[in-house]
Design a protein around this ligand. Structure first.
Ligand SMILES: Nc1ncnc2c1ncn2[C@@H]1O[C@H](COP(=O)(O)OP(=O)(O)OP(=O)(O)O)[C@@H](O)[C@H]1O
Ligand SMILES: [Mg+2]
Length: 313
């Protein structure tokens, strides 16, 4: 395990709209896994994983296709029980604090024909159906609650800069616009922790940079801890406090300059891996193995090094 860096939210500006419902209720790390292992269908996906996401920290979760990044988010949500080790999320057992977590699942696409507006998608994040929990949004009768919900939805739409397209059917919005609306959905309950599974996926480079900056602003603005799954660390380099890198069924955690190195990645993959730094600071990782052949998903066709974490995009 490499050195960890925890970043507190102290001293950051805290625009009211971004504040969590109860302030920094959890002074400890947002996520802590100790000697953790996950199994699916009897197969171990990763093991001996000891990592932490500090309170208010921005952490990237990297690794090749099938390395178990989404599995780690599901374990943090309590959706997949650990097969070994222990975990706390916002100071509680995984699953217990889910109402304080904003979760963006891996790439969802909306049918062109869907009539749901962007605003309706954001509103779904409030309605509690995701976790089956009621939302104590406001006291008073249903009218007052409806107004408070409406105002909060407006507020987060404004925060992510989606005002000009939130009233259109979401199927008519571009991928980048949809991502902003989905981030708004994850934010609408004022979470203390955001778990974002590939929010930069399928965005062009300017939009990757813009969404990365938006997430960083949310993190810094209100001390919301963020664990963000990505295939390319480069758009995140200006913002992240540390990375968790999954490979070969293990994890390494630490600052980028300690983790994305020849030595660390070679050890993790068990194969010679070279990290090149371009003159503009971008990192290119050369020599990573292809994703496992049994992994079938939308990435299966692009298992070349350019799709791997740390690469230039
Ligand atoms: N429901 C499932 N049943 C069987 N195997 C599964 C299931 N979900 C995931 N896996 C397997 O677990 C491993 C880790 O999957 P996971 O989705 O966590 O990877 P990932 O790192 O998120 O990959 P990607 O970059 O493609 O999203 C993969 O080998 C995958 O095939
Ligand atoms: Mg995944």
């Amino acid at each position: 395990m490499t050195a960890r860096r925890e970043v507190s939210s102290a001293g950051r500006s805290s625009p009211a709209a971004w504040q969590t419902a109860s302030g920094p209720a959890t002074p400890g790390p947002a996520i802590e896994l100790t000697g953790a292992a996950a199994q699916i269908g009897g197969r171990t996906i990763w093991q001996d994983v000891s990592v932490r996401v500090g309170h208010g920290a921005f952490v990237a979760l990297l690794g090749a296709n099938g390395s178990g990044k989404s599995t780690l988010l599901k374990a943090a949500l309590g959706a997949l029980p650990l097969s070994a080790g222990s975990a706390t999320v916002l100071g509680q057992a995984p699953g217990a604090a889910n109402r304080s977590i904003g979760y963006l699942p891996q790439r969802r696409s909306f049918d062109q024909g869907t009539r749901l507006r962007g605003r309706d998608i954001v509103r779904l994040g409030l309605d509690g159906d995701r976790w089956g929990l009621p939302l104590p949004l406001a006291w008073g009768g249903p009218g007052a609650r409806r107004r408070a919900a409406h105002d909060r939805v407006d507020e987060v739409i404004e925060m992510v800069g989606a005002g000009s397209y939130a009233d259109r059917p979401i199927g008519e919005s571009s991928g980048g616009e949809q991502q902003r609306l989905l981030i708004a959905q994850a934010l609408v309950r004022r979470p203390e922790l955001l778990l974002l599974d590939e929010p930069l996926d399928s965005l062009d480079l300017p939009n990757q940079a813009a969404v990365a900056a938006l997430v960083a602003e949310i993190c810094r603005g209100a001390g919301v801890a963020v664990l963000l799954v990505a295939h390319d660390v480069n758009p995140l380099l200006p913002y992240i406090d540390s990375v968790i890198y999954l490979a070969g069924g293990r994890a390494v955690e630490g600052p980028v300059e300690q983790v994305i190195t020849d030595a660390t990645l070679t050890r993790l993959y068990g194969l010679p891996v070279e990290v090149l730094r371009a003159s503009d600071g971008r990192l290119v990782v050369v020599g990573q193995p292809d994703p496992p052949a049994h992994h079938h998903d939308r990435h299966a066709h692009d298992g070349h090094p350019a799709a791997a974490p740390g690469n230039g995009g």
